[in-house]
Design a protein around this ligand. Structure first.
Ligand code: ADP
Ligand code: MG
Ligand code: ZN
Length: 611
């Protein structure tokens, strides 16, 4: 702010300065050639004519300034003559017979020409001087601009969002998240009337951390808090503190807090906090110094709050595990608000919010859409509604129908259909047996989720897909559920093996997922004969980026046992799947035949076949 005033002051001074230059320049020029500025309407006459005027007694006054002669007649007309160079006017006039008496009646005034020498002198010294001044003025102005930019470099990049934004976000725009909103409305109330709390001696949290997976509405929630409380809102992304140069980040943090302190009460929102808040000393890849300095500055600023500062800092991250523990200590981000994946009711609400501005067909049932989208984030759901609108335009329909929305779910889930990617007849058969294998196992294994759709049209990276959708939300899964899940994953592989006697490369992703799941069951969930122990601590390693490494806190002996347990689990699931496929081989053939013919089977068609 200070800097700004100075700049404006400077600008004002500069304007006065340049006006003065122009005025003096103008004055100088007018000295140089007075006629330039006086409107010259006077008639020019010749010397003989003047002689005649004098003889006629019409002249009252003659002014001589070097070669310029001005003649004032009695009737107040003014005339001009150019005198010949080298002789005086009287000498000149003496060639024309003018009566002596008449000549004496005329008042001759000889003006001394001091000004010209003076002007010449001024120009000699003054003009270069003025030019230098002008040059300096522009030069300074330019460098000042770039100087300001350099200063700005260390300034915060925080966006100060205006309070009267047209697209202001309030809690109304956030669907679901009831508890989270309740918790944050405390903050809103404090920001609205801080005195109430300060008088009571209440301590208001300085830092609140929004934690949750990407796309669940953390940023949205923070903006809603700002919208509700109607205070200045500094929005800054953690990554914007990072620049190539060491020290830039920390001075940006400093300037952010300086600005905020001047606008209390206010809200600072640091999005993607993990990009600066990563635990210090964690990476060996360099570029660390800068982040550490920035983080330290942030910690210092948060500690430096006065007791009755009315600033609240919101942070958002989806990686709580990598945050530096110092950030989470009391007095800093000591409150956490967990923003989780929406449940079915919340999904319906979110869909409703994002459907408001779109023309929906009356038969659209958003509840069904919510049912079919477990695990979707708010951002995914927004995407579904958007895709359905795009699809509607593409189909040249006037309203969004249910079918478009359901199709969009799959597009968001799997990427667009690639109808142009044509499989050969042989490949088609492999894909069909593979997908039918998944589907069949899914239908006959205990506790499995129903098959919603089977397709051998490639989509995204997958050559075909079998969609299963849970009928109800599941918060916990039991061991048998996991075994069923692995069995379904192996269904494609086993079906191929059973029919063709060998396996294609299309099963690799299934196998990877199955193995990963089995390993998790043994190492993290304690669901094996190794007992209720977890193996492999995700510890903070100081010298290696621990994100890629887990520390192995078990012996080689245990490692061997884990491997054999993992194998056992896979075998158990494989046996289950194999049993089903062998028992239901005729159904497998039927489903496959139908799938090759139609390429996609919806739930109803599929269920008719397996009945
Ligand atoms: P995050 O910051 O958690 O990654 P965002 O807040 O950026 O997620 O959410 C992305 C988008 O998803 C939002 O702009 C919003 O349109 C939508 N969204 C997410 N959660 C909700 C919700 N609870 N209600 C309405 N829209 C939501
Ligand atoms: Mg975000
Ligand atoms: Zn598969």
């Amino acid at each position: 702010m200070k800097k700004k005033n100075l700049f404006f002051g400077g600008l004002f001074k500069n304007i006065i300065f340049i006006v003065l230059i122009f005025i003096s320049l103008g004055v100088l020029l007018s000295f140089l050639n007075p006629s330039l500025f006086k409107k010259d309407t006077t008639e020019e006459i010749s010397i003989p004519k003047l002689a005649q005027y004098i003889n006629d007694g019409e002249v009252s006054k003659v002014e001589v300034l070097k070669n310029d002669v001005t003649v004032y007649l009695l009737d107040e007309t003014v005339l001009k003559i150019k005198k010949e160079e080298g002789i005086t006017l009287t000498e000149n006039l003496s060639y024309y017979n003018i009566e002596e008496s008449k000549l004496q009646e005329v008042n001759f005034v000889y003006k001394e020409d001091v000004s010209e020498a003076f002007v010449f002198f001024l120009l000699m010294i003054g003009l270069p001087f003025i030019l230098i001044l002008i040059f300096f003025f522009f030069f300074l102005k330019k460098t000042k601009g770039s100087l300001n930019q350099t200063f700005d470099f260390t300034k915060t990049k925080a966006k100060l969002l205006s309070r009267n934004l047209k697209d202001k976000v309030t809690f109304k725009n956030v669907a679901g998240l009831k508890e989270e909103k309740e918790e944050l409305s405390e903050v809103v109330d404090f920001l609205k009337s801080p005195e109430k709390y300060l008088k009571m001696g209440a301590k208001i949290p300085k830092g609140i951390l929004l934690v949750g997976p990407a796309g669940c509405g953390k940023t949205l929630l923070a903006r809603a808090v700002a919208g509700e409380s109607n205070v200045p809102f500094f929005y800054v992304s953690g990554s914007s503190f990072m620049e190539l140069f060491v020290g830039v980040g920390s001075s940006r943090v400093r300037s952010l807090f300086e600005n905020a302190k001047k606008q209390q009460p206010c809200l600072i929102f640091i999005d993607e906090l993990d990009s600066i808040g990563k635990a210090r000393g964690l990476s060996i890849s360099g570029g660390n110094e800068e982040r550490e300095q920035t983080l330290n500055q942030l910690l210092t600023e948060m500690d430096g709050f006065e007791k009755n500062d009315k600033i609240i800092i919101l942070g958002a991250t989806n990686r709580l595990d990598v945050l530096d523990p110092a950030l989470l200590r009391p007095g800093r981000f000591d409150r956490k608000v967990v923003v989780n994946l929406p449940d079915i009711k919340e999904r319906e609400e979110i869909l409703n919010i994002h459907a408001t501005s779109k023309p929906l067909d009356e038969k659209v049932n958003l509840r069904e859409v919510a049912e079919r989208t477990p695990g979707f984030t708010g951002a995914d759901l927004e995407n579904v509604m958007n895709e359905s609108a795009i699809l509607t335009v593409k189909n040249k329909e006037s309203k969004i129908v249910q079918k478009s929305i359901l199709e969009s779910i799959e597009k968001v889930l799997l990427g667009p259909e690639k109808k142009s990617k044509i499989l050969s007849k042989e490949e088609k058969a492999i894909a069909a047996y593979h997908e039918s294998g998944h589907a069949l196992v899914a239908s006959f294994v205990p506790n499995s989720e129903p098959v919603r759709k089977i397709s051998i049209i490639s989509r995204g990276l997958a050559a075909g897909y079998t969609l299963q959708v849970p009928e109800k939300e599941r918060n916990f899964k039991r061991r048998s559920d996991f075994i069923s899940e692995i069995a379904v994953l192996l269904g494609g592989y086993l079906s191929e093996q059973m029919i063709f006697g060998e396996v294609s490369s299309g099963a690799s992703e299934d196998l990877r997922r199955a193995s990963h799941l089995a390993r998790k069951i043994v190492k993290e969930l304690g669901m094996s004969s190794l007992g209720p122990v977890t193996f492999g601590e995700r510890e903070r390693e100081v010298f290696l980026g621990y994100e890629s490494n887990e520390s192995k806190n078990y012996s080689e002996e245990t490692s061997v046992k884990i491997d054999s347990e993992v194998k056992n689990i896979i075998f158990e699931a494989e046996k289950k799947a194999k049993d089903i496929l062998e028992r239901k081989k005729d159904i497998l053939e039927k489903v496959t035949k139908e799938l090759i013919a139609r390429e996609t089977l919806e739930r109803e068609e599929y269920e008719k076949i397996i009945k």
